[in-house]
Design a protein around this ligand. Structure first.
Ligand SMILES: [Zn+2]
Length: 243
């Protein structure tokens, strides 16, 4: 292969690596942000669940206080039964005591139902707590992984940028500018391989005469269709990649 093509290919390899690193440097913080949001959301959901159980617990205690005071009232009424002089008043008082006891018994049932419900909620809370902890641990682990990756990438980017400057220094100015122009238009890849009469950059079939000239490697050729600089892919490489 021509030396200038080899250098350009080398440069393209470095440029593509640099691009991948920069892309990852954009993507990874996004992923980190999603992890943080996910963790905050799950914590919030758990908090709301606990709040619901706590609220029910408060209601239950309130109802228990009500029941205590209602039972005390019944007791007081029962105490006053002995002071009553007439049968009519006595019967009326008995009726009232009966009604109050009935109401209290309803309240008791309600409190028992609440106890069952609270019990179930607390059990679920424990399960959710375990799930949340496992989820947070997984998320934190991934987060630390990302931080490490970013650190490694930062160092690798510096290395690749230094390497790029070194490779670019060996390339003639006009050719380098040509490479840059094509690269800017062709999404990062200014060079394309040609194999068996076809440009692998755009998959256009190259004219036979043009392809013959290309094989001679007397000068640099660009694809008539996508305008990438063409290099001939050696047979061993091509057969390894394209069975
Ligand atoms: Zn092409």
């Amino acid at each position: 292969m021509r030396e200038d093509l080899r250098q350009l290919l080398d440069l393209q390899g470095v440029d593509l690596r640099i691009e991948r690193i920069k892309q990852a440097q954009e993507d990874l913080p996004q992923e980190m942000k999603r992890l943080d949001e996910g963790m905050a959301e799950e914590r919030e959901k758990f908090g709301q669940f606990v709040e619901r159980a706590d609220e029910l617990e408060r209601e239950r205690r309130e109802k228990e206080r009500d029941l205590m005071s209602e039972m005390a009232k019944v007791k007081a009424l029962e105490g006053r039964l002995f002071e009553i002089k007439t049968n009519k008043e006595y019967q009326a008082m008995l009726r009232e005591i009966g009604l109050r006891k009935q109401k209290n018994s309803g309240l008791e049932d309600e409190i028992l139902r609440m106890l069952d419900e609270i019990d179930a909620l607390r059990k679920e809370q424990q399960e959710r707590d375990q799930e949340l902890k496992a989820f947070l641990a997984r998320s934190m682990e991934r987060r630390q992984g990302i931080e490490q990756e970013l650190g490694v990438m930062g160092r690798e980017l510096e290395e690749q940028l230094a390497r790029r400057a070194e490779v670019a220094r060996g390339i003639e100015g006009d050719l380098l500018r040509r490479y840059e122009r094509i690269r800017a238009r062709r999404a990062g890849a200014a060079l394309a391989a040609a194999n068996q009469g076809t440009c692998l950059g755009c998959h256009m079939h190259l004219p036979p005469q043009f392809y013959n000239e290309l094989l001679k490697q007397a000068e640099l050729h660009t694809c008539p269709n996508c305008h990438r600089i063409l290099y001939v892919k050696e047979v061993s490489e091509a057969s390894a990649e394209e069975p």
